[in-house]
Design a binder for this molecule. Sequence first.
Ligand SMILES: Nc1ncnc2c1ncn2[C@@H]1O[C@H](COP(=O)(O)OP(=O)(O)O)[C@@H](O)[C@H]1O
Ligand SMILES: [Mg+2]
Length: 429
Amino acid sequence: MLNDIPTTKVARAARFAKTGLNVGANYIKHYAKKAVGAESTTEDLHAANAAELYGTLSEMKGSVLKVAQMLAMEKNMLPSAYADQFAQAQYQTPPLSGPLVVKAFRDAFGKSPFQLFDEFEPEARQAASIGQVHFARKNGKQLAVKVQYPGVADSIKSDIRLVKPIALRVMGLNEAQVRPYLEEVETRLLEETDYALELRRGQEIAAQCQELAHLEFPAYYAEFSTPRILTMDWLTGQHLKEFLVTNPAQDVRNQIGQALWDFYQFQFNNLHQLHADPHPGNFLMRTENGGTLGVLDFGCVKDVPQDVYQLFTALLAPETFADETRLAALLSEAGVLRASDAPALRALYLRTMHVSLELVGRPFRQATFDFGDPSYMAALYALGDDLMADPELRKQREPRGSEHFIYLNRTYVGLFALLTELKASVRTQ
Ligand SMILES: Nc1ncnc2c1ncn2[C@@H]1O[C@H](COP(=O)(O)OP(=O)(O)O)[C@@H](O)[C@H]1O
Ligand SMILES: [Mg+2]
């Protein structure tokens, strides 16, 4: 329960100092073993550090858990040892006790949840990354009430300050060079603690997507919501894994996959705004009406500036990847290529981006795309591993490209992964 979690800043800092030391120790072991000629692979080192970092993060919970979860999505950006460890993050959160839930309501509304609703389940039905979700009823409606862990919003900044130097060191990055990227991620994480913002975005995007078929969004209730408590309709359905266990028919998978694809393409092309967290926990699936998809969690939304939209679209266009000059011009604009690059490095980036864009853009270049072919996702992951392993690219310590691409890439990789697990065949144009 909550008592076991170090909540004071000092205790949290101490945990991190400890992880910092242990991670350091793992490196020392690694290099010491090497020095005496013993076998200690880089994979061992990553696995040891990942376990260490993860152990500390799960003891701390709150925003750091969210960071870990995000990292897990970035399979292409992280050694697989970290991705595998961090993928567990969602399922490791201990619940907030009944009295603390009641206190959160009293602080927010001056009433207990039992007074506010006709019925309220004191035991959470689901864990959330920085809160938990309760079932309630009001005026005959079934409701989901997301209650944020007290103190999370305030501590997120200091958490990031603590995680940053360790993460930078473990991954060998330089603070000044990664600042725009970190700022982008920090902004999104801070936004996620604001349930009032989530309510507004959820309502707006749902309203704009109401013409799209086979999608379902909860209505949100402002009168029962605050920046730390979010009340909406309870949606029925199963998460992807449970849904797949029921062996849904191919037609149903296709219809749900199509709904998912259309939802993302519509947001990107028409709204220039994206639900940027295509984590399986954020979708509920049903076979009803040939396949229905419930969409949850507008905590992470990426606004796509007009110039970034044009650049991203141009990079994925079939004409681009057949035309080296055009590709080079767009990559310069995106900050991937620089005038100061030596010819060999420039050629390396061009080659790498050409391969990447060919692969990532493949679904967009066909009328229909069968995500059921597992070789596609395997090729995407293999590309990520190849890029990570490339000795020349590894020497480039500094990330390149627009920081706006972080959440765009994450969204599309996440979307492709969901469609692959669904084995959906989708009309992509
Ligand atoms: N409206 C809802 N109806 C049914 N289940 C919900 C609803 N909202 C959230 N949940 C459940 O709670 C989990 C966490 O909620 P979510 O909003 O995704 O939290 P977080 O923002 O922390 O990811 C979801 O994966 C889902 O299982
Ligand atoms: Mg979620």
